[in-house]
Design a protein around this ligand. Structure first.
Ligand SMILES: Nc1ncnc2c1ncn2[C@@H]1O[C@H](COP(=O)(O)OP(=O)(O)OP(=O)(O)O)[C@@H](O)[C@H]1O
Ligand SMILES: [Mg+2]
Length: 509
C-alpha cells in the first residue's frame, strides 16, 4: 500500500465541557473521494477545522501527516501551502466584494505591486470555463443567493490548485444541476490525482460519488469502509447507533383528519414586479389550520420569494391580497408578520436567523422580544429555552454558549426553537432540515406534524421530494414564479411533482 496523502492519527479535541473528537484516526489516499458522515455534532467539522488549521497545531492532541511527513500547521496559510483547500460549512465570503475578487482573495494577480484587475477577471473567467461553472463575476457576493455563494467558494478552492479539497456539506444549497456540475468537477480533479473529503448528510450522494466512507459518532470513528461494500441502512445504523427503519423517518400520516375547516391564510393573485427572475405571477392559494402545505419546485422557482413577501421580508414591490383569518393584512416588515402570529424559519440561517456571537438563550428569545415587550425575566426565559433544547434535542454544553460554537445542524435547531417560542399560528419553514442528520430530521418531521395537530398552519418548502411527500397534506408546485401544480398528497409520485417543477406538465388548477 502506498503512503496515504493524508493521515490524521489519534486526534483528540476538547472544548469547554465537550470532547468533540476522541482519539480519531482518519486517512485519505491520493485521488480518492472520501465521504465523511455522522449525526449533527458528531465532530465532522471539527476534524476538518483541524486539517485546515482553523484549530492550529497545539490546540489538539494527535498527529497530522501529509505524504507520511508530520505537519504542524500554525495558520490557515500553512495548510493552504501544504495543498489543502477547505470550504467550510459556514461560508466565509466578503459580501461587498465581487465574485471574481472573492475567488482570488489573498492571491490576487499583481502588477507593479498593485492588484491587476484586468488579469483577475480574465483568470477568473478562464477558471470558470475550465470547470464548466457559470457565475456573474462582476456581481457583489451579497446579491447572490446562498447556492451561488457556495459555488463561489468552490471556485475559490479550485483556484488554489489544491491536492486535497475538503467540502463541508457543499450541496446543502445547490440545485440538481449545480450538484451535477460539482460531481463532474470532482471527477475531473480525481483524474489529476486530487483527493477530496466530502461531508454530507445526503446518503444518496455518498453512493453516487464516493470511493470510501468514514462514519463518526460522538467524536469517535465508527468505521471506514469502501462505499461499494455499504448499504444505506448500514450507514444509518452506524451513524445513529441503532437500527433505523425507513418508515421511522416520517411521522405516521393521519390523512386529512388533522386539517381543520378554518382557513388560516389566503393569498389571492399575488405578483411581484421584480425585473429579475423569479417574478411571482398571480399566485393564489390557501392554507387551513392544522394543515401542512408543501411548496415544491426547483431552486429559483420563487418559493423563498413567496414566503418572504408573505412574511414582510421582501424588499421589492408586489400586488395582490393576503388574508389572515379572513382579515386583509399587508405585512411590511417581519415585525408586522410576527404581530400577526407568523413565524419564518429562513433558509439562510446565518443571514436572517441567528446572531452568531450571542448565546443560545439570547438567540432563542430574539423573535419573542418584539411582541411580548415585557421585562426580560432571565430565569423564566431559561426555563422556556431549556424546554426547547430538550424537545429539539439541541446538543449544547449550556444555554450561555455562543451559538457559533454549536455544530451546523444544532444551529438550525436553535432557529426552529426561536420561532416555536413565539407560539405562531402560521409557520413558514424554508428548507428547515437542511444540514440536519437523519435522526434529527425524523424528530423535526414529528415535531412539524405535532405542531399541525395543535392547529398551526404550516407552509413548508423543501428541495427534498421524499420529505415533501413524507409530511405534506397538500403540495403546491412552483415553476418560474407560477403555480404549475397542486396535489392532495395521496398516491402522488416524485415524478408527478418533478414534471410540474420543470414546467412540462399542468394539473387543472
Ligand atoms: N468553537 C467551539 N466551541 C465549543 N464547542 C464547539 C466548538 N466547535 C464545535 N464544538 C462542539 O463540538 C462538537 C462537534 O461539533 P462539529 O461542528 O464538529 O459537529 P458536526 O459533525 O460538524 O455536526 P453538523 O452535522 O451539525 O455540522 C459539538 O458538540 C459542538 O457543539
Ligand atoms: Mg458540521
Amino acid at each position: 500500500m502506498t503512503t496515504p496523502l493524508l493521515q490524521m492519527q489519534s486526534i483528540t479535541k476538547d472544548f469547554p465541557g465537550v470532547r468533540a473528537l476522541d482519539d480519531v484516526s482518519f486517512e485519505v489516499q491520493a485521488g480518492e473521494i472520501h465521504a465523511l458522515c455522522g449525526e449533527n455534532g458528531a465532530g465532522k467539522s471539527t476534524l476538518i477545522k483541524i486539517l485546515g488549521a482553523v484549530h492550529p497545531h497545539g490546540t489538539y492532541d494527535g498527529q497530522l501527516r501529509i505524504d507520511g511527513k508530520e505537519q504542524r500547521f500554525h495558520s490557515v496559510r500553512d495548510a493552504e501551502r501544504a495543498g489543502i483547500a477547505v470550504i467550510h460549512q459556514e461560508l466565509a465570503l466578503i459580501s461587498e466584494m465581487t465574485v471574481a475578487e472573492n475567488i482570488y482573495l489573498g492571491q490576487e494577480p499583481r502588477r507593479f505591486g498593485i492588484i491587476d484587475k484586468h488579469r483577475l477577471y480574465r483568470d477568473a473567467a478562464q477558471l470558470l470555463s475550465q470547470f464548466g461553472l457559470t457565475l456573474p463575476l462582476q456581481t457583489s457576493v451579497h446579491e447572490l443567493g446562498i447556492g451561488q455563494q457556495q459555488l463561489v467558494e468552490i471556485a475559490k478552492a479550485l483556484s488554489r490548485n489544491a491536492r486535497l479539497l475538503v467540502l463541508d456539506e457543499p450541496t446543502a444549497a445547490l440545485t440538481e444541476n449545480e450538484v451535477k456540475t460539482l460531481r463532474q468537477i470532482l471527477a475531473q480533479l480525481q483524474e489529476k490525482g486530487v483527493a477530496c473529503i466530502y461531508i454530507t448528510h445526503k446518503l444518496k450522494e455518498i453512493f453516487q460519488g464516493a470511493d470510501r466512507v468514514t462514519v463518526l459518532r460522538d467524536g469517535k470513528t465508527v468505521a471506514t469502509q469502501a462505499v461499494a461494500a455499504c448499504t444505506e441502512p448500514m450507514l444509518i445504523s452506524q451513524m445513529v447507533g441503532r437500527e433505523f427503519s425507513r418508515a421511522a423517518r416520517f411521522p405516521k400520516r393521519e390523512g386529512a383528519a388533522r386539517v381543520q375547516k378554518q382557513v388560516a391564510l389566503r393569498v389571492a393573485n399575488l405578483s411581484t414586479d421584480s425585473l429579475e427572475p423569479p417574478r411571482l405571477d398571480a399566485i393564489s392559494f390557501e392554507v387551513r389550520r392544522g394543515e401542512i402545505l408543501g411548496l415544491a419546485g426547483l431552486m429559483g422557482a420563487g418559493r423563498t420569494e413567496l414566503i418572504n413577501v408573505l412574511f414582510g421580508a421582501y424588499s421589492g414591490s408586489w400586488s395582490g391580497d393576503v388574508f389572515i383569518n379572513h382579515i386583509a393584512v399587508r405585512n411590511r416588515t417581519p415585525r408586522d408578520a410576527i404581530r400577526h402570529k407568523m413565524g419564518l424559519v429562513s433558509e439562510d440561517r446565518k443571514r436572517y436567523g441567528l446572531i452568531l456571537d450571542a448565546d443560545v438563550a439570547c438567540n432563542m428569545t430574539l423573535a419573542n422580544l418584539g411582541h411580548t415587550e415585557s421585562i426580560i425575566n432571565r430565569s423564566a426565559e431559561f426555563e422556556k429555552c431549556n424546554h426547547y433544547v430538550e424537545s429539539l434535542r439541541i446538543k449544547t454544553a449550556s444555554l450561555t454558549v455562543p451559538v457559533s460554537h454549536l455544530s451546523g445542524g444544532n444551529q438550525q435547531k436553535v432557529v426552529l426553537g426561536k420561532w416555536l417560542m413565539t407560539r405562531p399560528e402560521i409557520l413558514f419553514l424554508d428548507e428547515p432540515t437542511r444540514g440536519i442528520d437523519v435522526g434529527a430530521k425524523a424528530e423535526i418531521h414529528a415535531l412539524i406534524a405535532q405542531l399541525a395537530a395543535e392547529g398551526l398552519a404550516i407552509v413548508f418548502v423543501s428541495s427534498e421530494l421524499p420529505e415533501i411527500l413524507g409530511i405534506s397534506d397538500r403540495i403546491l408546485v412552483l415553476h418560474e414564479g407560477k403555480l404549475t401544480g397542486e396535489f392532495i398528497n395521496d398516491n402522488v409520485t416524485e415524478e408527478d411533482i418533478l414534471r410540474c417543477a420543470a414546467g412540462t406538465y399542468e394539473t387543472d388548477i
